[in-house]
Design a protein around this ligand. Structure first.
Ligand SMILES: C[S@@+](CC[C@H](N)C(=O)[O-])C[C@H]1O[C@@H](n2cnc3c(N)ncnc32)[C@H](O)[C@@H]1O
Length: 202
């Protein structure tokens, strides 16, 4: 397990709900409700954080939630216990997924692939645990193709990454590089906040 990343997110756990409760959660609620409504079968949720998204999960889905930070997971535990279906939480680095190949029907992520240190390797690990033609569904913020947003995000990135995520990543490109087929990319805010739907090879 990557100790640096773990420590960074352990440190962020205490203030995470307060900072995200300032507006981000309310702002993205309609997008997230629709995004998570497609959950079915056995689902891996990568980087559950403090579990803020659990409220949007439809009932009765079998969900395995993982995160590299046990401080985040401590906060997520009561929310997972309140979920109306079978949900387990594990302290696990996405780069080291140890589930047998082809375990999951779907993998969901939410503001995660801005944070994992080696996104393409982590996405390859995700691809391995998906069933053939299994779905990858991501709600992510990324870099922008447009000026001045690209310049601003590049400028602010060295500071952002010290305490939290990278804000200028090419996550759509990373999904392709990891061997997925893109089905749909929908922009929720400019070309920065988006949902990505991709499938593993059949
Ligand atoms: C920006 S937070 C998002 C949390 C949650 N998905 C949400 O939207 O509320 C990023 C999360 O990714 C987790 N994370 C970062 N690197 C990880 C890794 N390599 N494996 C698993 N989780 C990781 C962090 O611990 C943190 O909980």
């Amino acid at each position: 397990m990557d100790a640096l990343t773990r420590r960074k997110w352990d440190r962020a756990a205490g203030a995470f709900d307060f900072i995200n409760g300032l507006g981000a959660e309310r702002r993205w609620e309609p997008v997230k409700r629709e995004f998570f409504s497609t959950m079915h079968g056995r689902v891996l949720f990568v980087a559950v954080g403090t579990g803020l998204d659990i409220r949007y999960f439809p009932p009765a889905v079998q969900i395995d939630g993982i995160d590299i930070s046990d401080k985040m997971l401590e906060r997520a535990r009561p929310r997972a216990e309140a979920y109306a279906g079978p949900m387990t939480l594990r302290h696990l680095d996405v780069h080291d997924l140890d589930y047998p190949a082809g375990t999951f029907d779907q993998v969901f992520t939410s503001c995660t692939f801005c944070s994992v240190p080696d996104p393409v390797r982590a996405l390859e690990a995700v691809r391995r645990v998906l069933k053939p033609a299994g779905e990858l569904r991501m709600f992510e913020h990324t870099g922008s193709r447009y000026f001045p947003f690209n310049a601003l995000l590049n400028l602010m990135n060295p500071i952002a990454r010290l305490t939290g995520p990278e804000i200028n990543r090419d996550t759509v490109g990373n999904v392709r590089r990891a061997g997925f087929r893109l089905v749909e990319v929908r922009h929720a805010y400019l070309d920065v906040v988006k949902t990505i739907h991709a499938v593993a090879p059949a």
